[in-house]
Ligand binder design. Sequence first.
Ligand code: ADP
Length: 881
Amino acid sequence: MSKQTPMIEQYLRIKAQYEDAFLFFRLGDFYELFFEDAKKAAKELEITLTGRGKGEGERIPMCGVPYHSAEQYIIQLIKKGYKVAICEQTEDPSQAKGVVRREVVQVITPGTVMEGNLIEEKNNNYLVSVSIFPGEVFGIASIDMTTGEFLVTKVNGYDSLIHEVAGYKPKELVIPTELLDEYEKDLSQRLGVTLSVGDGISEDDSLFSQLQDKESKIACGRLLNYLLQITKRSLDHLQPAMFYLPQDFMGVDVHSKRNLELIETIRDKKKQGSLLWVLDQTETAMGGRLLKQWIERPLVSKDHIEKRLGLVETLIDRFFERESLKEQLNGVYDLERLSGKVAFGNVNGRDMIQLKRSLQQVPSIFETVNSLGSEYATELIGQADNCQSLRELLETSIQEDPPVSITEGNIIKDGYHDELDHYRDAMRNGKTWIASLEQKERQETGIKSLKIGFNKVFGYYIEVTKANIPHLPEGRYERKQTLTNAERYITEELKEREVLILEAEEKSEKLEYELFMEVREKVKEYIRPLQKLASIISTIDVLQSFAEVAEKNHYVKPKMESDGDVSIVEARHPVVEKVIDQGDYVANDIHLNKEREMLLITGPNMAGKSTYMRQLALISIMAQVGSFVPAKEAVLPIFDQIFTRIGAADDLAQGQSTFMVEMLETKHAVTKATKDSLILLDEIGRGTSTYDGMALAQAIMEYIHHEIGAKTLFSTHYHELTSLAEELPKLKNVHVSAMEENGKVVFLHKVIDGAADRSYGIYVAELAELPEQLISRAKLILHEFESEQYPAKRPLTDEKTTMDEIATAREEVLHPTSQDVANQQLTLFGIQEEEKRDRGKGLTVKEKSVLEHIQSLNLLHVTPIEAIQVLDEIQRKLMKK
Ligand code: ADP
């Protein structure tokens, strides 16, 4: 590269230290980007790419954004997962010798952004670091920079790491180089986060020296070091790291959180339609965030759950107190994020007013909570500092309606500081003096339109219109500026006053800024008590939200028992009952105990099998979060974990096929579940061929029955499986009833003991309004199947054939997948034949003839029944000795 100008050299030097970020390089009123950064930014931000330099060939690609509107561009980049390094001029350009000194003052990344519309009120913004140790032990530390929350934990195994980290929905992950080398693709694919390398460990351990183990300390140190490096600011609001073990909470893995739609719906990722949506009647943003955290981490401590439930009950009973509490909470702003801003240094007068207003609510909130007479409520408030001395400081110091800017005055109240009052007097006196001068001059010159004005360039002036100039005594004023219609003048006297006023203004602005900084420093001293207050207030807010929701939706208080039994009378699905017409929801009982550990649920599609399963999971989560539940009566155990394989939540975006996802989720369940867990498996095995799927489903049920003993709900459309209840004593059949009425199926949504007698596939197809001709054909085929061919070959029972099976069987014959072929080969040719091939003897005569037979078929002219006949022949041929 040819020699660069000194400024570009400086750019390149700085850029080399921030290779993974867009470098916003301050040049006067613009931030400029150069080289590759410029090309990429021009595309991402849709701004014009220009060039800098002499000859065409040597022009450096460049683009820029104005300094004052930079924020919106930065936000766009961060949203896309990029990082932005802000490089400012750190000396006055007029004083600089040579190139102005520039330094990066902050790097903004998706996990460290503090402001702007990237921060959602009711969502946390986590930055997470991972450290790896021998034996696949991982340390995980997380910080929400906006609230100061700092958490740390330890897990074993990569799979658990993914689940734990995904629970935070982090925006950014800080990892050592060795982890990046090994897992970069997998981590960014499975977690969809910005990855940052952080190899250093912070030496200052004041926030985590209290931790017991080395792994957690290193995870915290890595995160802090990274933060300090890129934010280059005070992080006084960070709370001491809090250690937890994943097993301190109910384990709900990522799949289950998604499948159960705890926080957002699967399809459009919206809150509406999720459990959070039903439960969120919080009044404060902090409460909203805490509720989300609670739902993501239900409790396992009976004591703690009962404390929450108890206070919810009290709040339901004490309607008036709850009403006032709601009103008081409504006046509380986001104390957590305000403290964060104070520490980070980007707080303004308006934030101080929000802080003051929030603190004004605190005594009455405490009073109301104390008046509830609940032990837990009083314990919650405990010895908390209600920060009223801070409130007084803010009341006396900060003006009611301050501007956004903190450098232009009008922030500090009169009477707070003598010197400021003095300047303000000078300014006010000066202004009165000017007003009286205007009067006096009008009188003496007789020019009524004479006025005294001010502008930033010329200062104070006396303005006389052109028409009145002849009336002006010669030499009375000194001319300063000529306009089209008027002349502007000054006098010695006015000049002197102007100096006084401007000096006072300048001094007062400067002093106000200093005083504001002083107030801010004092507020900083309150960060810990403010955070404590925030935590109390948000807890109360969530509990009042539970009370509100319970009352509105007629929930009951669950009884938490330790014997492992589930007994729910008239359970409802909290979300479905809200979205269907009122009163249409059919409540169902759920009973599980030692003799009835697993339920096999059959019934037509759309009958409500999956809704029934989900409602148990949601009710359990609600209870363990401390909420009342949608039922008439509920006795529940404390589940240590919930596993689900429900619905068609494809992970295709992440490159996994539906069936693979199904198996991964199942593996996760069967390897991690204990006898205290709840497992929900919906239509397991559906994603593969019939026999294959059925075999797997049966094996999974047997495994859970014999090896795990977890409470399990299992839905299936393989009716053959219902006979399993005869072999597995703790498995019971239930079915969701449906009725045929005038050739149409009517879903009753009622869950009844015993197996369903048939599947209603064709009727569902009819409901979906498939062509009539097709439906009649299906009915005919079904009839044929039921009467002759197929049932004879069914492996498990002699019950009627289901439509799904016919469809699958036909599918298998006509369009075998490679998986099917592989499976069939194994069963068709048997182990002995396999071995023969292994020994290099090629195909047997039998195999050859079978393959030739298959090859000779014209599939376009084969009916499903003929295909099955062919299969039958093949099988017979192969079984012959
Ligand atoms: P399945 O799993 O048997 O195919 P779903 O559980 O998905 O059926 O239920 C299908 C639809 O039926 C649901 O979306 C809901 O609208 C309705 N539904 C299910 N259970 C009930 C119920 N207990 N009361 C009223 N409507 C229900």
